[in-house]
Structures are given as C-alpha cells and as structure tokens.
Design a binder for this molecule. Structure first.
Ligand SMILES: [Zn+2]
Length: 333
C-alpha cells in the first residue's frame, strides 16, 4: 500500500525532493480518452486517475516539480517514419477503428468523433512517450502515465493501439540525432500480451533488442512478430508469482548479457494481475510490484537510462497499481 511520503515494500525509504530530482513523470490530461459512458468496457481514464493518486501521495508541490507535459500532439511527419500513409489515412474510418478498439459501438460514430475521442489521445500519448524518452536519456530515468501502444504495426492497428508510440519515438530520436548511430535500445515488454506491433515496426532494426514476457496462447498469436523477438519468455495461462518472477529473472539476465544499451524501455503492463479481465496470468498485487522492482533494479544495476511505459491494464485496480509503480520507480534507490 502507498502511504503518504513513503514507499512500501523492499527498500522502504523516505521520499524527498532530493531523492526524486532528475526524474520526470510525463502526464497530460489529453492522454485520457473522452469517450461517452458505455462506449468501451475498459477504464479509459487511467492516466488522469494515476496522476490524481500520485499528486495526492507525493504532495502537489512535488508532483508539480516532477511532472512535465508535451505541448502538442505528435506530428504527422513523426508518425510517417513508422506508419504507412494508408494506415494513417484510414484509421478514423468507423469500420477500421471499431476493429482496432474492439468496440462495435465505434461503428456508429463519425470519422471526426473517432479522431477526437480515440485517435487524438493516442497522438498525445505518442508525444508524451517521445518527451519521456528524451528525458530518460538526459536525466537517467523517466516515466509516463500512458504509452506502450505495443499492438500497432506499420500498416495495421489492433488491441486498442492505433499508433506505435515507442517505435515512433525511437525513430524521432534517431532522426534528431539524439541516439548515436547504432545506439542500441533494449525493450523489455512485461505486458501479459506479446508486443507484436513493436516487433513488426522494428523488424529491420537490429539496434533494438526485444525481450517479451507473455502467454503464447493468448492474443495476438502473431508468428511474424514472434520471430523478431530476441528473448521470448513464455509462460502458461494462469501462471502465478513464483513462476513469473523466476522466468523474468532469467530473461533479464540474458538481456543484460546483450548490453550495453543506450536506453532500456520497460513496458510494465498491469494486465498480468489476477483480477484483470483480459490478462491470462494470476499475479498477485505483491507479485506485480515485485516484478516492477526487479525490472527497475536491473536497469539501475548497470546505470542504464530507462523509460517506463504503462502498456495494458484493464482492472479497476490498474490506475492504483500504475501509480504505485511510478512512485516506486521515481524514487532513487
Ligand atoms: Zn496486454
């Protein structure tokens, strides 16, 4: 449990401004989806819910000092480095959007409504991920209250993801010279589902090393994407804390052996949680938080800059779990 001014669990420590200096938490109210009630069965306001919890626990002044926000959504030019023009031009069509967001009601909306309530938030999220990646490279670590849209491929969306925020951000960093040529990136995807979109976007990018802990019999079962993943860590349906955490440790050890990296990106989806309506695993709340601690410690062990993105999470506890992970990750160990 979070307690005001403290983090719980292993390494319990006072939060002070000094210990949190240098960390940036990216957040913008536009990360959330202004969907009419009943349009979609999952929480669409997780980013703001997590931000409210963080502001409450950290105190308004600390939250203000740590948080940053993009000033505009991502540009078409940035999106086009990763996505085809055909994809970008077609995803506001009701049929296409209904498939991506897995909601029949979307078919009843106008293109302009789909853009406003579903697509524009994801363009803001892309901008947040890019800004967070820059902050991580500059200060050592950064987190965003949204992002990790890991099912969006260059010419196809899916699994609630229209734009591939992380590959878009990495392409922008390379274009801007923020990552030296050959600057290697590790992506450690701990969402319960395979990050097939990320893998497809990076099919021809050998500078990215992909580790992905997921259930192979769950969505998206994408053989092409699976073939791109350098370190697949596979777990059965209903996997519990011990099996998951042991497999994670083995995967992280292998990943460390493939370094050094300019940046490690952690996708800390909360959908392995036992109460998640979509995720196939049975991790307890303690298991989820221990997973996050292990992954963040692995980044800090080698002093590698790291970026945390929330990816999926569909239970009514998701915002709270996300806030707790962000708070822990934001505190220097
Ligand atoms: Zn997922």
């Amino acid at each position: 449990m979070l307690a005001h001014g403290r983090v719980s669990g292993q390494g319990e420590a006072e939060i002070t401004d000094e210990r949190m200096s240098g960390v940036k938490i990216l957040h913008h109210p536009n990360f959330d989806f202004p969907v009419p009630e009943g349009l979609h069965p999952f929480p669409m306001d997780r980013a703001c819910a997590a931000a409210r919890i963080l502001s409450s626990h950290l105190g308004a002044d600390t939250w203000k000092a740590l948080s940053a926000a993009p000033s505009h959504e991502i540009s078409r030019k940035d999106l086009e480095r990763t996505h085809s023009a055909g994809h970008l031009d077609s995803i506001s069509a009701p049929e296409a959007a209904a498939k991506i967001f897995e909601a029949d009601e979307v078919r009843l909306l106008l293109d302009s409504e789909i853009d406003t309530i579903l697509l524009r938030p994801q363009r803001w999220i892309c901008a947040g991920t890019l800004m967070a990646a820059k902050a991580a490279l500059t200060s050592g670590s950064a987190l965003s209250t949204a992002g990790g849209l890991h099912h969006a491929a260059p010419s196809k969306g899916g699994g609630f993801c229209a734009y591939a925020d992380l590959p878009v951000a990495l392409a922008a960093l390379r274009a801007e010279g923020a990552l030296a040529d050959g600057g290697r990136i590790a992506i450690c995807d701990l969402d319960a589902h395979m990050g097939n979109g990320t893998a497809r976007c990076l099919l021809d990018d050998p500078s990215a090393v992909l580790m992905d802990v997921h259930c192979p019999t769950s969505y998206p079962r994408d053989a092409v994407a699976f073939g791109r993943i350098d370190i697949p860590v596979l777990l059965d349906v209903q996997a519990e804390d011990d099996a998951y955490l042991s497999a994670l440790e083995r995967g992280l050890s292998e990943l460390a052996g493939r370094g050094p990296f300019a940046l490690i990106v952690l996708l800390l989806g909360t959908d392995p949680f036992e109460d998640d309506p979509v995720g196939p695993f049975r991790l307890t709340e303690g298991g989820i938080l221990e997973r996050d601690r292990i992954a963040i410690q692995a980044c800090r062990r080698n002093s590698t800059p790291f970026l945390v993105l929330p990816a999926g999470g569909y239970s009514d506890q998701s915002a709270r779990l996300l806030a707790e992970t962000i708070e822990k990750a934001a505190v220097a160990s």
